[in-house]
Ligand binder design. Structure first.
Ligand SMILES: Cc1ncc(COP(=O)(O)OP(=O)(O)O)c(N)n1
Ligand SMILES: Cc1ncsc1CCOP(=O)(O)O
Ligand SMILES: [Mg+2]
Length: 207
């Protein structure tokens, strides 16, 4: 399981309709064709869909993931993850506690965000499958993002948890992805680098 998780974090695309200047289904299909290794449905923030519309889009995006054999992970929304039978769930420090999420979903992939030492010291890592570490660089995609922590945070986590699957997040693009990997991450997660790309295939290729 662990080996597989390390690999699927390599090019982890995150997106909701609010991030997309074009049809989100077309953007995901292009990214999937180009070689992303995992997808997170993060329908959240200004302009995002809710209720039936959110569920319907999630279902369509899950279908695209399935046809490309890419894991479909839901951000925050445990109810939707259950309803769609998603492959995984990503939670942060202000979401349901990891222990409870693991009890509810013993077999799903669970990711947890970690931004600093304090969060690391209070988080029960034995209940999660991977860490989302960041924001590594500054980002304007998440309005309540914490301060950028740099690639040093990735190195610190890797040193303290040599076997843990870790993915960097926040302000990552083809220009800086290799520094995140070099610091010890198994992969990079990106939103705007892909949703705003003129050429998605070349961006995914260079991550
Ligand atoms: C892979 C990954 N890492 C971190 C996050 C951020 O999660 P969170 O801190 O809960 O913030 P929101 O995304 O819910 O706004 C993530 N989504 N994915
Ligand atoms: C969801 C999230 N969590 C920390 S930063 C971030 C946003 C990342 O978006 P981008 O890749 O556009 O900087
Ligand atoms: Mg969250």
């Amino acid at each position: 399981m662990n080996d597989k998780v390390h690999q699927l974090l390599r090019k982890y695309f995150i997106m909701g309709s609010q991030d997309c200047p074009r049809d989100p289904r077309v953007i995901l299909a292009e990214a999937a064709e180009a070689g992303i290794t995992a997808f997170q449905f993060r329908e959240k923030g200004k302009g995002s869909l809710e209720g039936d519309e959110k569920r319907a889009l999630g279902k369509e995006l899950q279908h695209i993931c399935r046809s490309h054999h890419i894991p479909f992970i839901v951000n925050d929304d445990l109810h939707l993850a259950n309803e769609l039978d998603a492959d995984g769930i990503h939670i942060g420090q202000n979401d349901k506690p990891a222990e409870e999420v693991r009890r509810l979903f013993p077999d799903k992939l669970i990711g947890l965000s970690l931004s600093n030492e304090e969060e690391l010291s209070t988080s029960p890592l034995s209940f999660v499958d991977y860490i989302g570490a960041g924001p590594v660089f500054s980002t304007s995609t998440k309005s309540d993002a914490k301060r950028p922590v740099g690639t040093e945070w990735i190195s610190t986590l890797r040193e303290k948890h040599p076997a843990m699957p870790i993915v960097g997040i926040g302000g990552i693009s083809p220009a800086n992805a290799s520094s995140v990997i070099k610091a010890g991450a198994d992969g990079v997660s990106v939103i705007s680098a892909i949703t705003r790309a003129d050429n998605i295939a070349s961006v995914v290729d260079c991550l």
